[in-house]
Design a protein around this ligand. Structure first.
Ligand code: NAG
Ligand code: NAG
Ligand code: NAG
Ligand code: NAG
Ligand code: NAG
Ligand code: NAG
Length: 238
């Protein structure tokens, strides 16, 4: 017969155990109401992965009417140990404290494979050649420069909740724990470009999509020295 003291310590131990477990991520139905499978989009849902956003083959973007982020995930387990494929689309504005009226607009697109890590984090491993990024400085001439973009991404944590009015809601957290904009499931079928390497772009390629726009060199300072040299090379060729 266990004494009340033993029972007390047993209860305390169980309590400590469960509180230490809840600090690690638990993927019970309250935190993972459905699987990641499908397409997720923030805000008004105008930013969506798939063919309408970016075309890495000819280095083009279609700008959505409003900013936002979108992710798609497949769920099959791949031969390399990844959990499946992802696609990422982002259109965001970035302020600049020293030039408050000069907002920078950034569009980014990547795809590749992802892994659900045992600590509850997610790693995105892009197909390095296919990622694309365009940066538009509102205070500079309109830029037609699109760069290759390859950014391995760690989400420290994730949750899927069921919102009573808007349905399934995916919350991703950046590597430092900061939450991204919540995204709602817009489709249970992932809306993605083909989940394979689509281009054979040389690393750090910078493309000017309209060679006649020479004034676009105003974006040069943002590309860094290597990008500038690349761009100069291209301009010289064109
Ligand atoms: C999340 O929930 C879905 C649906 O219940 C399930 O298929 C998936 O394995 C869960 N994921 C984790 C990491 O528990
Ligand atoms: C890029 O490719 C897409 C899809 O094939 C096409 O709709 C678009 O017009 C192309 N853009 C340019 C500038 O070539
Ligand atoms: C902000 O503007 C200043 C002055 O033009 C520039 O030097 C700086 O790099 C900008 N910062 C960002 C984050 O764009
Ligand atoms: C892409 O980024 C990853 C991680 O930053 C890096 O290890 C890899 O070498 C990069 N690939 C290319 C082709 O630049
Ligand atoms: C990519 O380009 C390299 C170098 O030109 C070539 O060796 C390779 O076969 C190409 N790969 C694809 C998938 O086209
Ligand atoms: C390229 O720029 C010229 C001059 O700014 C413009 O008339 C033309 O429509 C542009 N072409 C494309 C494909 O953007």
């Amino acid at each position: 017969m266990p004494s009340s003291t033993t029972r007390f310590f047993a209860a305390l131990f169980v309590g400590l155990l469960s509180s230490s477990l809840t600090t690690a991520q638990s993927y019970d139905t309250a935190h993972n109401a459905t699987s990641l499978l499908g397409t997720w989009s923030s805000g008004s849902g105008s930013v969506l992965t798939g063919p309408g956003f970016a075309n890495p083959v000819n280095f083009t973007f279609n700008y959505p009417p409003t900013t936002g982020i979108s992710y798609s995930f497949t769920t099959e387990t791949l031969s390399d140990g990844s959990d499946g494929y992802f696609e990422e689309a982002q259109y965001r504005f970035q302020g600049n404290g020293s030039r408050p009226t000069c907002i920078i607009g950034i569009v980014q697109w990547q795809h590749g494979t992802y892994t659900l890590n045992t600590d509850g984090s997610i790693t995105l491993n892009p197909f390095a050649a296919d990622g694309r990024q365009q940066v538009q400085d509102m205070c500079a001439a309109k830029s037609n420069v699109i760069q290759q973009f390859n950014q391995t991404t760690l989400f420290a944590n994730w949750n899927i909740y069921q919102d009573t009015t808007k349905g399934y809601k995916l919350q991703l957290y950046r590597f430092d724990g900061a939450p991204l904009s919540p995204m709602y499931q817009v489709s249970t079928t992932p809306n993605m470009l083909p989940t394979e390497l689509l281009t054979n772009t040389t690393v750090n390629t910078v493309i000017i999509t309209n060679a006649s726009s020479r004034r676009d060199t105003s974006i040069l300072p943002m590309l860094g020295v290597a990008g500038t040299a690349m761009l100069m090379g291209l301009v010289a060729v064109l």
